[in-house]
Design a protein around this ligand. Structure first.
Ligand code: DQA
Length: 144
């Protein structure tokens, strides 16, 4: 199985940004954690991060025909980006939405998620372990 893990804007600032919401692990810690978990499970995984909406759209489009599924934390673009939603719909790959924080307990503007309309599953509030639960979910989903 081949998974693409995409992180959107400001997720490269993990460990520095708002630790009360996002914890103390750095982005590098997160990637190492995902990669070693996938290795244990014999899953190939590529991780990508960008602060730019168009780059995220490009990366999703490139996944077509190359990956079996996508795990995405679009960051603030979750709440604004129809372009990212449309990209995920275009490639028709099973996609899991992940948020490190419990977005449902936060500001009103975080209650809208465009990507959720195309996601097979949403995982929130589990810290960086949410990405590992997304790997579990996607591998079971694809096994069925
Ligand atoms: C986030 C939640 C978003 O509202 C926020 O803009 C982020 C991170 C999360 O992982 O909890 O950048 O997606």
């Amino acid at each position: 199985m081949k998974f693409l893990v995409i992180n959107g804007p400001n997720l490269n600032m993990l460990g520095i940004r708002e630790p009360e919401h996002y914890g103390k692990e750095t982005y590098e810690d997160l990637i190492n954690k995902i990669q070693s978990y996938c290795k244990e499970k014999n899953i190939f995984c590529e991780c990508y991060q960008s602060n730019h909406e168009g780059c995220l759209v490009d990366k999703i489009q490139e996944a077509y025909g190359k990956f079996d599924g996508i795990i995405i934390n679009p960051g603030a673009y979750t709440h604004t980006s129809i372009a990212i939603l449309d990209a995920v719909k275009s490639v028709q790959l099973p996609t899991v939405e992940v948020h490190i924080s419990a977005v449902e307990e936060r500001e009103d503007f975080r209650q809208i998620s465009y990507i959720r309309l195309a996601a097979v599953k949403t995982i929130t509030g589990l810290g960086t372990d949410g990405y590992l639960r997304a790997v579990d979910f996607l591998s079971e989903y694809l096994d069925k």
